[in-house]
Design a protein around this ligand. Structure first.
Ligand code: SAM
Length: 230
């Protein structure tokens, strides 16, 4: 059974897509997506040896080697231009996801949809999308096994459209802020409590750097508190 997290990612793949799943590890996602009729073909990309071998084994075990091509390489280097129309990148930090997208920009010319699941730093991914003319069209936040995950869905379009208060919505997610489900409330209550601890620890900060850091936490905390009060 595929995790709820990856099922959520798959649920956003348009039917009939040709998919690249970057950082595929066991290739569970593309195998599931094919077996459930979401995709016609896929590339499972992996940079590391062990996960690359697991992906190959899994695809063979499912009898899907004719439709899922497992390739070893860094990010979108494993994809030829115009080869895929949907890209999933799941289970990594927001910085790594953004770096993969940035380094592979020319491979995205035929891609219509990106489905990204940053484990941390979702705001970095939202910012990259915004700056690169990808419109955030939907988002999900969910809890599984005590972890909270965000899923971001983007298509080419009007990058500023979902945002009404840019700074805080980049951090919280414009769709997630509107919906404010239980996982969302829990995530930001925990984050704010952490920020309050840091601010308390930096109460007597003396160095310029520490004072600046404290100010940043105070400012972010204030912004999020304001947004959640509305
Ligand atoms: N996508 C799967 C998931 O969400 O369950 C696997 C997530 S796993 C934590 C991250 C995977 O990404 C690892 O297997 C790692 O080797 C791979 N990875 C990290 N950086 C990568 C890159 N630049 N290109 C391709 N794969 C990468």
């Amino acid at each position: 059974q595929l995790s709820k997290r990856l099922q959520t990612v798959v649920s956003f793949i348009p039917k009939g897509s040709v998919l690249a799943d970057i950082g595929s590890d066991h290739a569970y996602l593309p195998c599931y997506a094919y077996l459930h009729g979401y995709i016609t073909k896929a590339i499972a990309g992996e940079v590391a040896d062990g996960p690359f071998r697991s992906a190959k084994q899994q695809v063979e075990k499912c009898g899907l080697s004719h439709v899922i091509s497992v390739r070893k390489g860094d990010g979108l280097q494993v994809v030829a231009p115009n080869e895929v129309d949907c890209v999933t990148i799941a289970g990594m930090g927001g910085t790594l996801i953004s770096n993969i997208l940035e380094a592979g920009r020319e491979k995205l010319c035929a891609v219509k949809r990106l489905i990204l699941q940053p484990n941390v730093g979702a705001h970095i991914v939202r910012k990259w999308l915004l700056e690169n003319n990808w419109e955030l069209i939907d988002e999900r936040i969910l809890e599984e096994d005590g972890q909270i995950y965000e899923v971001l869905v983007a298509e080419r379009g009007h990058p500023y459209r979902p945002y009404t208060q840019l700074h805080v919505e980049l951090l919280l997610g414009p769709f997630l802020l509107k919906e404010r489900n239980e996982a969302f409330e829990k995530k930001w209550m925990m984050e704010m409590s952490h920020w309050r601890d840091v601010i308390e620890q930096l109460k007597h900060a003396k160095t310029e750097e520490a004072i600046k850091k404290k100010q940043q936490f105070i400012e972010t905390l204030r912004l999020v508190e304001e947004a959640l009060k509305r």
